[in-house]
Ligand binder design. Structure first.
Ligand SMILES: CC(C)(COP(=O)(O)OP(=O)(O)OC[C@H]1O[C@@H](n2cnc3c(N)ncnc32)[C@H](O)[C@@H]1OP(=O)(O)O)[C@@H](O)C(=O)NCCC(=O)NCCS
Length: 235
């Protein structure tokens, strides 16, 4: 990701960012009001959900729309089946996107940007998280980082400290989304351990929590610039 990638997106134009091997990565910038032509691109069941909920929080639902557009383009680029491309992507009870069978994917949004990653295979698990780097408090860092992770970042200059903590937070959020519902029940930030040097483009996440001890290490690919961190987790 270059600094231009997320800044120069045109509104409502899903833009491929990368073929990550684990999946296709697509981003879109959202804006209000949502053009009718954009809503028409949704599956009718998605459109109905947006119309029902839009009044409560228009910005949030614009992000929902952006996520669906990005995910569908990612699925198309991943050569997903016609069935997968024409099925609605609604919401499961836990908030996760209800993907059609045979594919994997994940969505994140932040500050008017929506990103999605998708694979045409369901034997891979994917999670994505997008974060904007801002000042991070010590309390937040202590809540998200393990003691070992804190030791890796606490001597960094203040701006780098905020960026590194945001990055670890994004890694854990992406890993959380990649895990199954059973694996992440009762999961706490301290149950996930991020390995590798701060600001390395690829790191590993291991679970110290008994319920996820049997899964292989989760690979994470990290793209960042001075303001944004985008993480894709897969295993
Ligand atoms: C679920 C969660 C990860 C969503 O993150 P967020 O910062 O609120 O929002 P993001 O923009 O990154 O992601 C939103 C998208 O995530 C997806 N999502 C929501 N819940 C999800 C879940 N349980 N599993 C996978 N994906 C989920 C949805 O696609 C959602 O977008 P949509 O509603 O438009 O479809 C977050 O709310 C959460 O609960 N985090 C876990 C915190 C925690 O307990 N961590 C400890 C271990 S790491």
């Amino acid at each position: 990701m270059t600094s231009a990638d997320l800044r120069s997106l045109c509104a409502w134009e899903p833009t491929p960012l990368a073929d990550l091997g684990a999946g296709q990565l697509v981003a879109v910038r959202v804006s209000l009001p949502i053009p009718e032509a954009v809503l028409q691109q949704l599956h009718p069941a998605e459109c109905e959900l947006v119309h029902q909920r839009m009044g409560a929080d228009a910005r949030r639902w614009a992000c929902f729309v952006g996520g669906r557009l990005a995910l569908r383009v990612a699925l198309r680029r991943a050569a997903a089946s016609a069935d997968a491309l024409t099925s609605p992507i609604l919401r499961l009870d836990d908030g996760a996107p209800g993907l059609p069978g045979g594919v994997a994917g994940s969505i994140s949004h932040k500050r008017g940007r929506a990103v999605a990653v998708a694979s045409p295979h369901d034997n891979v698990r994917l999670g994505i998280d997008l974060e904007y780097i801002e000042y991070v408090t010590e309390e937040f860092a202590a809540r998200v980082l393990t003691c070992e992770e804190m030791a890796d970042v606490q001597s960094l200059p203040r701006d780098d400290f905020s960026a590194a903590v945001t990055e670890i937070f994004a890694v854990k959020e992406a890993a959380y989304k990649a895990l199954s519902v059973a694996q992440r029940s009762s999961l706490d930030f301290s149950d996930l351990r991020v390995e590798g040097a701060p600001f390395a483009p690829a790191r590993l996440v291991r679970g110290s929590f008994i319920q996820i001890a049997n899964i292989p290490p989760i690979k994470v690919e990290i793209r960042r610039n001075e303001r944004w961190v985008l993480v894709v987790a897969s295993y």
